[in-house]
Design a protein around this ligand. Structure first.
Ligand SMILES: NC(=O)C1=CN([C@@H]2O[C@H](COP(=O)(O)OP(=O)(O)OC[C@H]3O[C@@H](n4cnc5c(N)ncnc54)[C@H](OP(=O)(O)O)[C@@H]3O)[C@@H](O)[C@H]2O)C=CC1
Ligand SMILES: CCCCCCC/C=C/C=O
Length: 334
């Protein structure tokens, strides 16, 4: 018998998540597995923005959703031997009994490929879902061309920091928008050509700051945040500009903002805007991971992680990420 712990969603979110939304519970697993089942023990867990809007569609009493890196501790599945490390969407739990046949195609667990000298936690970041969000969401939807100007909001986070570096690899001029001077300084170290600390310039100063940072206008916008930042970028898009709508974290904890009608920009600038969910590319998943790993090995792609230690601190790490406490990918080490 194995006793695990899990975080349960016990009260609907209202605004920023609070302690009262979560409860830590125990769960017991039998040692006797059925054919095709395997048992895991988590090593690293992910806290991601999507958990905030997605949980609202689950009933209270559901375990918190999320990805993790875990070790297989018992197995009756030939592809998941004891001792292997896997990625799985097993939720906020220390242990999990898995039967892959019960999971949808876009949420299949997989044994981690070798990351060489890099930590396994990267399977939750640049070598996992956020890295693939950057790789596919930017390259497929923005179709960047050498010499173009790219703006990335949420630029110092898990997705944005990778998007900006890929844009530099494609020969673009890159402007990053982030919430502190320290984050902006890191982005410039990564090769970003200009940065805007949106908290420092404020809503009223943002359009002017963007004009200075992107004097030739904007050809591609990778939007992680929505809200006034995105309205201002839209108004400075160039003819035939492309916008990849990845997320709207500025309003995950609030009612939706009322924004000005943007249709005129789309007509006269002939813009293209497309939203996406990264699992759209689940059949090409390993292509994104391999490309990002190759760039890391070649010294062309750099990552950073913000690691919180202790499974009991999952809610704290989640709220910290939602309020800008992370640089690069936010993960929890059990
Ligand atoms: N479409 C898809 O398939 C996917 C979408 N996403 C989306 O991508 C975005 C980034 O995710 P991810 O990289 O994992 O998270 P991050 O690592 O970027 O962490 C979230 C960051 O959001 C920033 N932020 C918080 N509030 C605001 C605000 N009001 N305005 C602007 N920025 C804010 C904070 O940085 P700061 O200090 O700069 O404010 C914070 O660090 C999210 O919107 C997420 O939902 C992520 C994965 C897949
Ligand atoms: C099966 C779970 C996959 C998670 C996909 C996350 C998509 C994120 C959307 C917005 O943040």
């Amino acid at each position: 018998m194995v006793v695990g712990r899990k975080w349960v969603y016990v009260k609907p979110f209202d605004g920023l998540p609070k302690d009262e939304n979560f409860r830590l519970e125990e769960e017991v697993f039998s040692d006797e597995l059925k054919e095709n089942e395997f048992l895991t023990e988590a090593e690293f867990l992910s806290v991601d923005p999507y958990m905030r809007p997605y949980m609202s569609s689950y009933p209270v009493g559901t375990s918190m959703i999320g990805g993790q890196v875990a070790k297989v501790t018992a197995s009756r599945h030939p592809n998941f031997p004891v001792g292997a490390y896997v990625f799985g969407n097993f939720g906020w739990r220390t242990h999990c009994l898995v039967d892959p046949r019960k999971l949808p195609a876009e949420s299949q667990p997989y044994v981690l490929p070798s990351f060489g000298r890099h930590p396994r936690s990267l399977a939750l970041g640049v070598l996992g879902m956020p890295g693939n969000t950057a790789y596919f969401g930017f390259l497929e939807l923005c179709q960047p061309k050498e010499g173009e100007t790219v703006v990335v909001s949420g630029a110092a986070g898990a997705v944005g920091s990778i998007v900006g570096q890929i844009a530099k690899l494609k020969g673009c001029t890159v402007v990053g928008v982030a919430g502190t001077d320290e984050k902006c300084a890191w982005l410039r170290e990564l090769g970003f050509d200009a940065t805007i600390n949106y908290r420092a310039v404020g809503e009223s100063g943002f359009a002017e700051a963007l004009k200075k940072a992107a004097p030739k206008g904007v050809d591609c916008y990778f939007d992680n945040v929505g809200g006034y930042i995105s309205v201002a970028v839209l108004l400075q898009m160039n003819l035939y500009g492309r916008i990849s709508v990845c997320g709207t974290i500025s309003n995950y904890n609030e009612a939706r903002a009322q924004v000005a009608d943007p249709q005129r920009e789309f007509v006269f600038k002939q813009l293209r805007q497309e939203g996406f969910i990264v699992t759209r590319w689940h059949k090409r998943w390993m292509e994104g991971i391999e490309a990002n790993l190759r760039w890391i090995e070649e010294g062309k792609l750099t990552y950073q992680e913000t690691v919180t230690k202790g499974f009991e601190r999952m809610p704290e790490a989640f709220v910290s990420m939602l309020t800008g406490g992370n640089t690069g990918k936010a993960v929890v080490k059990v």
